[in-house]
Design a protein around this ligand. Structure first.
Ligand code: ADP
Ligand code: ZN
Length: 297
């Protein structure tokens, strides 16, 4: 049997896995993101070691970015303009292909996770949905009409602009480009800077969560109104606060104010805004699925 490799490349850590799906993983490893040379080198060494027992057919990469996911572009497979030191203009997919000599699939971290959820998780059977992560950053990807969303590059949903009530929330925002864009207001580090506390140590009753749910719901309403998703999947460290889900769902209903007359929103919103079916493995499994797609392409 031929295996697919997956690399979930995050700004703080890499996760690599090899197998053919969630129930048939041969090996998995994770290590911190340091320099490109060292980190990509460790990923290559992991696949070299495991391909000795079973052949490796393809590798997929779901990467932090911005990235270039357009196969027709000269910089396809690159991490492009990231502010992360050493990682701008790095030919990530090219280095993996050169070392392992297999087809390489490449996309943003959240488009990768969306594909994983489509294959094995909470988006099975859907053709238009969104996957969001709320963690160190805030990012969104997904599918429209059965295809991962690309276009100009890939969605950067986290950088949409939202109303910011400065009287209620004087915090200026965390984004180095925009200050109070969606990510700037609602990512984990924004919660921590605003309240001067670790997000995982703020009690469910703390007012931070009502404000967080409001910001998350404002962004979701914009996404619902632009993409018409059949479901929205929300993962990432901040969403480990599961009490956020009911707060977000009620706020989305309140903000939409009955305008979208769909059962999914009016009656079945618990099944409309959901955690990932694959939990925290959506990214690495999605990367494997990107590898499988590269093989088929
Ligand atoms: P990354 O975005 O690097 O992939 P995470 O999605 O785990 O990683 O996000 C990490 C951030 O999420 C942390 O900086 C912290 O602000 C927040 N976070 C992590 N765990 C929790 C938790 N249990 N509750 C609330 N916030 C959390
Ligand atoms: Zn921004």
């Amino acid at each position: 049997m031929s295996l697919w490799g997956g690399i979930e490349a995050g700004g703080t850590k890499f996760v690599c896995a090899i197998g053919v799906g969630p129930d048939e993983l041969r090996a998995e490893t994770s290590f911190p993101t340091t320099t490109p040379q060292e980190t990509i080198g460790r990923a290559i060494a992991f696949f070299q070691e495991h391909r000795q027992t079973e052949p490796l057919a393809a590798v997929g990469i779901a990467s932090f970015g911005p990235v270039d996911p357009d196969p027709r572009s000269a910089t396809f497979g690159y991490i492009t303009t990231t502010p992360k030191p050493h990682w701008a203009q790095v030919d990530f997919a090219g280095q993996i292909r050169a070392a392992l000599d297999v087809p390489v699939g490449f996309d943003s971290d959240v488009n990768g996770a969306a594909l994983g959820e489509f294959r094995w998780g909470a988006a099975q059977g859907l053709d238009t949905f969104v996957y969001l992560t709320v963690g160190t950053g805030l990012g969104g990807g997904g599918m429209v009409n059965g295809r991962l969303i690309h276009g100009l590059m890939h969605p950067e949903m986290g950088h949409m602009r939202l109303p910011h009530d400065w009287a209620a929330d004087p915090y200026a925002g965390y984004c180095s480009y925009h200050g109070d864009c969606w990510e700037g207001l609602a990512c984990g580090p924004a919660i921590e800077a605003r309240w001067q506390a670790r997000a995982d140590q703020l009690a469910p009753e703390h007012p931070c969560w009502a404000l967080e749910a409001r910001y998350l719901a404002l962004g979701l309403v914009n996404i619902i109104c632009t993409l018409s998703p059949q479901r929205i999947i929300m993962g990432g460290g901040v969403m480990k606060q599961v009490h956020l889900f009911p707060l977000i769902r009620r706020e989305v209903q309140r903000l939409l104010n009955g305008y979208i007359q769909e059962e999914a929103i009016l009656q079945r919103i618990d099944d409309y805004i959901v955690p990932p079916g694959l939990g925290s493995r959506a990214g690495v499994l999605g990367a494997m699925a990107l590898g499988e797609e590269a093989l088929a392409a």
